[in-house]
Write a protein that binds this ligand. Structure first.
Ligand code: 5GP
Length: 177
């Protein structure tokens, strides 16, 4: 991308330490019963992989593909399921694992959708939260970091499919601006 710069907001070490804490907390909160991590593609793929390995009890994994942002930095307000779960979640404890909660539109839609499938419980784990931008109320049980209203990439998050492989979470800004 032309004229773009990156600034590290959260280092890979800080992310690793926080994900380990979240894993411990989740392990303590779910001593028994089926636990399914539902990773939201594509942005949460690295977070869910690290979180699963830091949870010290058996977990099942499933994935949903959601498209809401298109290729730009602003939300279209539309949520589309591009890949559904492979297995039933009836009777299971579900944790939706999301990269970032911004307006809350995506997650409030998803929670409604998954509730209809009769899980035992549903909670949300989000690596990042931008509460300033919330349009729909969503309760996030496990938050990695609360961040200001800036556009971030890395650790799974993209801009037009670039930057997902960065180890750190970085702010992307136009250096020409
Ligand atoms: P929401 O429905 O909460 O507005 O949007 C959630 C989705 O928007 C996230 O899963 C993510 O895909 C995208 N998003 C929101 N803020 C950012 C951001 O700062 N950077 C990136 N890369 N994606 C974002």
């Amino acid at each position: 991308m032309n004229n773009s710069s990156l600034r590290v907001l959260i280092s890979d070490q800080a992310i690793a330490a926080r994900v380990a804490e979240l894993g411990k907390q989740i392990s303590a909160d779910y001593p028994d019963g089926d636990l399914v991590l539902v990773g939201i593609l594509k942005g949460a793929f690295i977070f869910v992989a690290d979180l699963a390995r830091s949870i010290q009890r058996p977990v099942r994994m499933d994935f949903m593909g959601i498209s809401s942002y298109g290729k730009g930095k602003t939300t279209s307000g539309e949520v589309k399921v591009t890949k559904d779960l492979d297995a039933s979640i009836e009777g299971a404890n579900v944790i939706i694992v999301e990269d970032i909660v911004d307006t809350g539109v995506t997650l409030s839609y998803l929670i409604g959708l998954l509730h209809n499938r009769k899980p035992r419980s549903i909670r949300i784990a989000a690596l990042l939260d931008k509460p300033e931008r919330r349009l729909r109320p969503v309760q996030v049980a496990y938050t990695g970091f609360t961040i200001p209203d800036e556009f971030v990439v890395g650790y799974g998050l993209d801009y037009a499919e670039d930057y997902r492989g960065l180890k750190d979470v970085c702010v992307l800004y136009d250096s020409a601006a």
